[in-house]
Design a binder for this molecule. Sequence first.
Ligand SMILES: Cc1ncc(COP(=O)(O)O)c(C=O)c1O
Length: 369
Amino acid sequence: MKIEDLKTPAFLIDRPRLKANIEMMKARAQKHAVSLRPHVKTHKTAQIAGMQTSSEAPGITVSTLAEARFYQKSGFKDITYAFPITANKLQEAAELTAGLPDFNILLDQPQTLSAVAAYAREHGIRFNVFLKVDCGYHRAGIDPSKPASVELARQLAAADGIEFKGILTHAGHSYHCSNPAEIVKVAEQERDVTAQFAVRLQENAIACDTVSVGSTPSAMHAPDWRGVTEIRPGNYVFFDKFQADIGSCRPQQVAATVLTTVAAHYPAHNQMLIDAGALALSKDLGADHLGGDIVFGAVVNQPDLKISSISQEHGLITADDPIAFDKFPVGSLLQIIPNHSCLTAALFPLYHVVEDGRIVDEWTPMRGW
Ligand SMILES: Cc1ncc(COP(=O)(O)O)c(C=O)c1O
């Protein structure tokens, strides 16, 4: 099957680029002697997670319990659920704990610790638990500078029914950076804040085996991971316009695009209609902190075209200069690099895997909660 035969909009994965991205991150982890536990929420497929892991490095990170169940069924045996657990999810977490050799949860609230310990006591099970640390993103996690944070770790380590696994952070503020030099600073902060907190725990006689960090920009630019044992990037398998814009990757590394059809020309408004709207691209604004026009993706090989507005299924392309409509006949195809590939991928029930212009495979991601 050729790309031209696909129904649009369609999600395309460039297989050689995907493979290269996966090998590149494995090599970075190996070079710096850290374990790679990729975050698989970017694609939610068994196939790509299989390419990212090996018998020596089997661990993955997920963002929902439904993903954890899907990967359990797909044969994965070492899973970290990297969203703070809540009491209403403990039964499901307990089932996963019982059904997997390694299943890890995380928390950052004393009330949650009480709920986890009470559930474990009542049901006679033992949860593997990480303490979530805020390294500067301020989305979730304890403040490592506060004595109360060491106290929470002490309680975790001492609680019956809890195996304290270590500390875990995510430098999501690496996405606020504008260039590689700024990303290096965030990567160093992510490394230093967590490694220093681990030392503080050890000084307080609290064993902290795993020190886990990870975002794609910081994983791409960290000069080293001294004091860290594990990294958890996810987006790097596909990259996207955001990563290229902030200098996290090169544009030639982006492995995911959306195929769309030109549906209409409107010369009076210097506009073209495409069949990729918000439900094909997502409404992620991309790296809007860099300034310039807000666009909802980049058209491959057509830097003058701007995806300037989208509604549910409609996308509108404009340009500063008059569009050369003859170059893009109604019915012709365009490929769009998404602003944020994780959100874009999540909108498609099927991925088409492309090599040399041909569809060589089709992968079905898991969906739902
Ligand atoms: C807790 C956690 N770990 C790891 C990641 C992976 O980061 P990225 O998407 O930058 O690869 C994320 C992404 O949001 C995350 O929330």
